[in-house]
Design a protein. Structure first.
Length: 392
């Protein structure tokens, strides 16, 4: 097999011949040059250039046209989701997240967060006030506010337009591991290493509910689509569903969980919950407190790091240490493996229309896949793009 450089050199020699032929037959030479140039582009796509470190996160912009990635000790990058070409090569921070209109990105750096223009990378505001390292920062659904979660035991709400502080949410005894707005931005739920989750009024900063019952760190928390319930995932081998109005546990989803629950998510209609634990994902009835999981999604050979529903609720994507992501039918549990990574897959996320998936991996690449598993993935690596055929 020819090496990449040999292929490139051969085609470039052919292009020189085309230039010589241009004087004799301009039409034929022009067409030949176009074909050869396209060929060298495709040849180059077969040989990825890797990041200097593992890719920890990757996410689509709301309109699906861009992807933002971060690799360990590397700058955040924004790139074109269709071509893989880099749009912004270097942004400060980590754990990037797009705002709902795609015009801004929020990242975290130590004790601060940055609001950045997604088109230019220019910094709009720096969010200062935490006394310890931040864990996450996310926009509200309407883009008006940002919530940050910190190891200092607090979450803070900020005005997304100006960066001005709005509320400090105090009450946790240990680090806050996760924070999320409800659909209309009137509530925030926080998950903490103190074993609790808490629900807050975003306007007043008042604590509405303390959700007690887990026996270990609460890793994440998520609102149901109607905002009436919260689901939590914990290292105590359980996920739990809570009634916000009463702060009471509705059910503990611990049957068959033999490992910490890495993530929990509601389906878009709120009828189902998916949990990631051990080498499986499990699908549960969100309203029943007696039934075993409806489905157990088996096939991974390593720890499943995350599980999430597609925007229409028809599919579930999982990311695993076994170097694959898998797409499952929520209706019949049939799964398709997305193979190609050479290291653990840390995360997998759908585009807003559900047609594509982006994965972030220990192998120092992010890849874009057709959600149905067809075609070859687009590979993002060190600000360049590589693929055999690209998404179709």
């Amino acid at each position: 097999m020819l090496a990449r450089g040999e292929i490139d050199s051969a085609i470039r020699l052919a292009l020189r011949g085309v230039r010589i032929d241009l004087a004799w037959n301009p039409t034929r030479a022009s067409r030949a040059a176009s074909v050869l140039t396209a060929t060298i582009d495709q040849a180059a796509l077969r040989f990825p250039i890797v990041h200097d470190a593992e890719v920890t996160s990757a996410a689509f912009s709301p309109d699906g046209s861009r992807i933002v990635t971060h690799a360990v000790d590397q700058p955040v990058q924004v790139w074109d989701a269709a071509t893989g070409r880099t749009r912004i090569a270097s942004l400060p921070g980590s754990a990037p997240s797009f705002g709902p209109d795609g015009t801004h990105i929020v990242t975290i750096s130590g004790r601060t967060a940055q609001i950045l223009h997604a088109a230019t990378g220019a910094e709009s505001a720096t969010l200062r006030g935490h006394s310890d390292t931040l864990k996450t920062a996310v926009f509200s659904r309407d883009g008006s506010f940002i919530v940050t979660a910190s190891r200092d035991g607090t979450a803070r709400i900020w005005h997304a337009g100006t960066g001005a502080p709005v509320q400090v949410l105090r009450g946790h005894d240990k680090a806050v591991s996760d924070a999320e707005f409800n659909h209309d931005g009137t509530r925030v739920v926080t998950a903490s290493e103190d074993g609790t989750a808490r629900v807050w009024n975003t306007r007043t900063g008042a604590e509405i509910a303390i959700l007690r019952g887990h026996r270990d760190v609460v890793l994440s928390a998520a609102f149901s689509p109607d905002g009436a319930h919260v689901a939590t995932a914990s290292q105590d081998y359980s996920a739990r569903i809570w009634d916000i109005a009463t702060a009471e546990e509705i059910t503990a989803l611990r049957r068959d969980h033999a490992d910490p629950v890495q993530s929990v998510a509601f389906s878009p209609d709120g009828a189902l919950i998916v949990t990631a634990t051990g080498t499986t994902a499990r699908v549960w009835d969100a309203v029943s407190d007696l039934s075993p999981p409806i489905k157990v999604l088996r096939g991974h050979q390593g720890t499943v790091r995350s599980a999430a529903f597609s925007p229409d609720g028809r599919y579930i994507v999982t990311a695993s240490d076994d170097k694959t992501a898998r797409v499952w039918s929520a209706a019949d549990s049939e799964g398709t493996a997305l193979t190609g990574h050479s290291g653990a897959v840390w995360s997998a996320a759908f585009s807003s229309d559900g047609s594509r998936i982006v994965t972030a991996s220990e192998d120092k690449t992010a890849r874009v896949w057709n959600a149905d598993g067809t075609g070859e993935p687009l590979v993002h690596c060190a600000g360049e793009y590589r693929s055999r055929s690209g998404p179709r």
